[in-house]
Design a protein around this ligand. Sequence first.
Ligand SMILES: NC(=O)c1ccc[n+]([C@@H]2O[C@H](COP(=O)([O-])OP(=O)(O)OC[C@H]3O[C@@H](n4cnc5c(N)ncnc54)[C@H](O)[C@@H]3O)[C@@H](O)[C@H]2O)c1
Length: 307
Amino acid sequence: MPEHTALVTGSSGFFGGHLVARLVRDGVTVTGLDFAEPHNPLPPGVRDLRIDVRDAAAIRAAVLDVRPEVIYHLAAQASVSVSMREPVVDIETNVLGTLHLARAAAEAGTARFVFVSTGGALFGEPAVVPVTEQLAASPASIYGSSKLAAEQYLAVALAGTATALSVVRPGNIYGPAQDPHGEAGVVAIFTQRMLRGEPVTIFGTGGQQRDYVYVDDVVEATVSAASGTPTTCLIGTGHGTSTQTIFDTLAAVTGYGQPAIYADERPGDIQRIWLDASHAREVWGWEPRIALSDGMARTVDWFRSRV
Ligand SMILES: NC(=O)c1ccc[n+]([C@@H]2O[C@H](COP(=O)([O-])OP(=O)(O)OC[C@H]3O[C@@H](n4cnc5c(N)ncnc54)[C@H](O)[C@@H]3O)[C@@H](O)[C@H]2O)c1
């Protein structure tokens, strides 16, 4: 969908920064929206709004002013462990914030609403992996529950309007510029600590398996979600990788010699999940392109140049 106007919420964050850069390269007129300053500078020419998605009036005014053809909604309380400690903030941001945007989008006549949900936190501890879109959602965390509720409220709020809905459900996104100080984003956290020679903690035994998908691949899926069939797709590689394997691979790439420190698992964390992205391949022509070894090497290169 070239030459359109887009509003990207969560534009100051990890994934938002990558998405904005990609849209600008595609010739899209982009407005960013976030309540925090950008982690990394946004490209020149991007209008950048400081707004809290929980502020319904400010969201309505911004969307009616920008009148974007596409809204990419990424702004979120994005940490499972924070959601368990601060459920109200999580629900206000992820559920109410999303509803405010949906209502504004419908009023502004936005053609497509792309919601970045979650694939890894929607299904609790699935009996069978990889999971598909046919599996009933059954989250084990406040974060997963709020993303599921947001998906459901979006479907209701946008039904019968001119705004079509696409939902992207990614696995664990990793890549350059991810926040290494947060509680989620194990690749960024391990990489930065290893490059600095600091101790690295694994929560649990290291046997927990997740579907790690490189940020550029998720950006591609998200762009396809705007121009392709409006539907809901899981976005992952179809493979599980253990936290221990992530540790060992990054230790080898960075030359880190210290053993991992093991600590108690965190509430809400899942033991084993990976995602079947066949539906995304069929409807959006999407496939993951970056292998984990390549993606981790690119990530380490980025952090190495900044440590
Ligand atoms: N990183 C992952 O592994 C992953 C996996 C699946 C889905 N997601 C989803 O992708 C999206 C982006 O995640 P990310 O990894 O870039 O996280 P991030 O924390 O880097 O980005 C989220 C952004 O949302 C902003 N934000 C939070 N609360 C806000 C509010 N009330 N008003 C306005 N802005 C607010 C933050 O300032 C931040 O810039 C999120 O919706 C997240 O749930 C991430």
